[in-house]
Design a protein around this ligand. Structure first.
Ligand code: HEC
Length: 120
């Protein structure tokens, strides 16, 4: 009698465990990558277009040689930030950095992100 009860309890614990694993783990995985999986598409660096964008939108705060001014130095930013981090910072801004998601097109954001990432 008790053996049967024990078997039922163990069975229930297993079902509950599987339930926890199946519902719990994906959440953890998602929060580890910051919510959504986001990748900047691979592109060739377009230096002329990027330099033009930089002159128009970034030079005032990051300096004419990317040496930094109001904003930090960007001359070697590709060594410390991934393309995804760069894209998020440029599109979303924050900490005194304006958001460019409504001022640049998706294509321009990817262009300047790819160019900055190549500055190692
Ligand atoms: C109004 C001034 C201003 C303009 C314009 C501006 N930035 Fe910034 N930017 C900042 C400030 C201030 C920070 C520091 C933000 C922080 O500490 O979180 C920053 C940070 C950054 C960072 C992160 C650097 C790091 O070391 O963490 C990147 C990348 C960046 N800016 C790129 C750009 C690009 C590309 C443009 C043009 C499209 C641009 N910024 C235009 C002020 C500006």
């Amino acid at each position: 009698m008790y053996t049967r009860l024990l078997a039922v309890l163990v069975g229930l614990a297993c079902v509950f465990g599987v339930y926890l694993i199946s519902t719990g783990l994906p959440d953890k995985e998602e929060s580890a990558t910051g919510g959504t999986k986001f990748m900047v598409p691979e592109r060739a660096v377009d230096a002329p277009a990027s330099e033009q964008l930089y002159k128009n939108m970034c030079i005032a705060c990051h300096g004419d040689r990317m040496q930094g001014a109001v904003g930090p130095e960007l001359a070697h930013i590709g060594a410390s930030m991934t393309k995804e981090q760069l894209y998020k910072k440029i599109s979303g801004g924050g900490g005194g950095m304006p958001a460019f998601e409504n001022r640049l097109t998706e294509d321009q954001l990817i262009t300047i992100t790819t160019w900055l990432a190549s500055h190692k």
